[in-house]
Write a protein that binds this ligand. Sequence first.
Ligand SMILES: NC(=O)c1ccc[n+]([C@@H]2O[C@H](COP(=O)([O-])OP(=O)(O)OC[C@H]3O[C@@H](n4cnc5c(N)ncnc54)[C@H](OP(=O)(O)O)[C@@H]3O)[C@@H](O)[C@H]2O)c1
Length: 284
Amino acid sequence: MDDAQRTVLITGCSSGLGLETAVELAGRRWRVVASMREPGKRAALDARTREAGLEPLDVVPLDVTDAGSAQRGVAAALELTGGRLDALVNNAGTASGGAFEDTDEEEWRRVLDTNLFGAMRLTQLVLPVMRQQRSGRLVLVSSDSARYGNPALSLYCSSKWALEGWAESLAYEVEPFGVRVVLVEPGNYDTAIWATTPRITPPDSAYTGLLQTVERFVEEEHLPRSRDPREVARAVARVLTASRPAFRVQVGPDARIAAVLNKIPYRVSSAAVRQLTGLNRWKP
Ligand SMILES: NC(=O)c1ccc[n+]([C@@H]2O[C@H](COP(=O)([O-])OP(=O)(O)OC[C@H]3O[C@@H](n4cnc5c(N)ncnc54)[C@H](OP(=O)(O)O)[C@@H]3O)[C@@H](O)[C@H]2O)c1
């Protein structure tokens, strides 16, 4: 796919990886429709486009958990692009920290509705256009967490594992129509998600020690190693321009390690996770 005036719709462009991907692709002369659930939050995107010497991007409101909003967002994007869509980047995402037993069904649904059903909703809306074009790229921003279980992150992991199983199956159906599916698996990147992720920590939790151990690992080991989100933006741009991108694209060292963890026996990978997080020293 050559990138001259190609058109792309990206979800979750108010911050982080979505914002940087929008700027990166606009810098490569893509026609970018940057969507966000609250367009009032476009200031950060505008500041980055200015800094990059670009014109302000088209922003459309789009909440991936709301079928009507998703429909209106895709329609608005198609109006801006003259009905063509070369790529959709399903980036919008959320996480949830806490021991599974302490979570409730509302929280399960919030995470799955955003990370899994959100991507499904958007994909179903753009597929008719891409099928008709006989071309298109569906990029799904997954995670290294799709490759191994993470303590205190079970809802997030379940959403990304499900996303990958769905995507792998979908690819068989749409590739004959010229539509390619790609899973981008970032490792650890410096975005708002780490601070905004709700921590479910009831005072009477049986897992307080586990949560503290994991939080300490995140604060002391994980976050200091967070990388520049523009790395992921460049990886997405490469996926969109490569003639034959890989189906799964790991971005960053953590993602490459996660891909290895996924291939070794669980006995070994889980011991490594316990050791790394300090959970091997936790006893209830
Ligand atoms: N950062 C990492 O280390 C990392 C690693 C692996 C994978 N990822 C994945 O990367 C993606 C982007 O996350 P990020 O790290 O860039 O975090 P972020 O800065 O928190 O960005 C998340 C984006 O998703 C949007 N969003 C959340 N719920 C939405 C909804 N219902 N409808 C539309 N947009 C919604 C947020 O909008 P609001 O501003 O309105 O909340 C925000 O724009 C996620 O899928 C995440 O799982 C991140």
